[in-house]
Design a protein around this ligand. Structure first.
Ligand SMILES: C[S@@+](CC[C@H](N)C(=O)[O-])C[C@H]1O[C@@H](n2cnc3c(N)ncnc32)[C@H](O)[C@@H]1O
Length: 447
């Protein structure tokens, strides 16, 4: 079915895309931009982040960009997520006989701890095995010496809903969390906390599904302590099998929009990232239960504050309407990029204002990330971002937000050249087709 808003915007996006090299369905990238295969991979299998890259994406890109022979790659991911880019970067340099320098930024406190724990584990590898075994004994003693129903239950209503979580399971999760406080080594404590986080969803009748946590009445919740010990055994095996690497790595709990300041004097050969897509996924929401179990938020207000710190990619909350681009010399270029998209947002929809704000807020945030990245890229370096476009609105009032085109154009406005758009996969939607409903990798070079 052809829909007016979609066609109008297709022409708008085409007017930019005409100048770029667009490779249709490039090779096997469709499987590499999703966590395909990670469930079987040591370290990557510690926690399933649905929005992660495949552990094999980086190798593939390094080959294609002719960077795989650089044994001392300096690599950054300002939206580190579960740390896939950083962990793969250390392995890639080890393969090339050198030492990686990897740097990541992540805004969500739980996801940051996940990236940090995996990266440290990748670098230290089997040298951590002894201390992990000792600390696990300490943790088991602490667990055994506490009583089952002693711990305060977090304020989150999801954890207090007996249909989702039995109170025994919530108590057991909290008992593990408080027992981890007996652990002395902070790096090991983080590994245990990530292991605990990986038990939260299986201990419930909830399933993470795209934008939401769904209730599944027929799901059989697993016993948290038994599962924790099983998953720790997997972690132990992974550490034993991981040869220590001589890379240097850090993940900062911070904001990708401050990338240049956070990187300090570091510069990079490759910046690879996937930002939150403007498709209504709110990471604070979908990983909230793990974050509450780990004690990342002490109250609803703290969680709300966290949400406000994230990229303006969804209308589920109203963000501040501060737009930095209005004070820059590219103001009118940004305006002519976003105005036609804003014009297609259906009037009368209760999300009208929120939807308009996402378009302007997202463009403003991405301009800042791309401009900051430009400051820290080396002369012959590359930036690759992965992003998905999405269909919004309802009925006849539908429109596509082509994040790949929007970001590529913003990149041109802050010192990048678009060397290629690789279409990884086309996204099928029941109504309203557009050639821009796709997930792509965009490759940039500094000019
Ligand atoms: C698509 S995920 C990245 C996944 C990652 N590529 C991986 O392989 O695991 C996007 C990440 O951006 C994070 N994020 C959201 N707002 C942020 C911000 N302002 N600064 C840094 N990270 C942010 C989210 O918490 C989420 O982890």
């Amino acid at each position: 079915m052809a829909i007016g808003g979609v066609e109008t915007l297709d022409r708008h996006y085409d007017s930019f895309q005409d100048d770029w090299n667009v490779a249709d369905r490039s090779a096997d990238y469709g499987r590499l931009v999703v966590p395909h295969g990670n469930a079987e991979e040591p370290l990557y299998r510690w926690f399933h982040l649905k929005e992660a890259f495949s552990s094999r994406l980086l190798d593939r890109l390094l080959d294609e960009l002719k960077l795989s022979t650089n044994p001392h790659l300096s690599l950054a991911d300002p939206f580190a997520g579960s740390g896939t880019t950083l962990v793969s970067g250390v392995s890639a340099c080890e393969k090339a006989g050198g030492e990686a320098q990897v740097f990541g930024v992540e805004r969500n406190p739980f996801i940051w701890e996940l990236a940090q724990a995996k990266l440290r584990a990748r670098i230290a590898g089997s040298s951590l095995s002894g201390v992990v075994a000792e600390e696990l004994d300490r943790l088991k003693r602490a667990y055994a010496s506490t009583e089952a129903d002693l711990f305060p239950i977090p304020e989150l209503s999801t954890l207090r809903n007996e249909q989702y979580f039995s109170s025994e399971h919530v108590q057991a999760l909290m008992r593990v969390r408080y027992s981890i406080e007996a652990v002395v080594d902070p790096a090991v404590a983080s590994i245990f906390r990530i292991c605990l986080a990986s038990c939260v969803e299986p201990a419930s009748r909830l399933r993470r599904d795209g934008r939401a946590l769904r209730f599944e009445v027929s799901k059989e919740p697993k016993d948290p302590w038994k599962l924790f010990l099983q998953r720790m055994e997997l972690i132990r095996q992974d550490l034993t099998a991981t040869k220590p690497a001589s890379g240097v790595g850090e993940v900062v709990l911070g904001d990708a929009r401050d990338m240049a300041a956070l990187a300090g004097s570091r510069t990079f050969d490759l910046i690879l990232f996937s930002p939150p897509y403007p498709n209504n996924i709110d990471y604070t929401e979908i990983y909230k239960v793990e974050a509450w179990v780990l004690g990342c938020y002490g109250s609803e207000v703290e969680m709300k504050t966290q949400r406000q710190l994230t990229i303006r990619s969804h209308p589920s909350i109203r963000f501040a309407m501060d737009y930095r681009y209005l004070d820059t010399e590219v103001r009118s270029d940004v305006q002519s990029l976003i105005d036609p998209i804003v014009a297609q947002v259906p009037i009368g929809d209760r999300y009208h204002e929120g939807r308009k704000e996402v378009i302007a807020g997202y463009a403003d945030d991405m301009l800042k990330v791309l401009a900051d990245s430009r400051k820290v890229i080396r002369e012959d370096g590359r930036l690759v971002f992965v992003v998905g476009n999405s269909l919004h609105g309802s009925g006849d009032a539908k429109y596509v937000i082509a994040a790949d085109v929007i970001m590529a154009r913003l990149a041109e406005l802050c010192g990048w050249r678009v060397s290629e758009i690789k279409i990884a996969r086309m996204l099928k939607r029941r109504f309203g087709q557009s050639p821009f409903l796709r997930e792509s990798l965009v490759v940039l070079e500094p000019v």
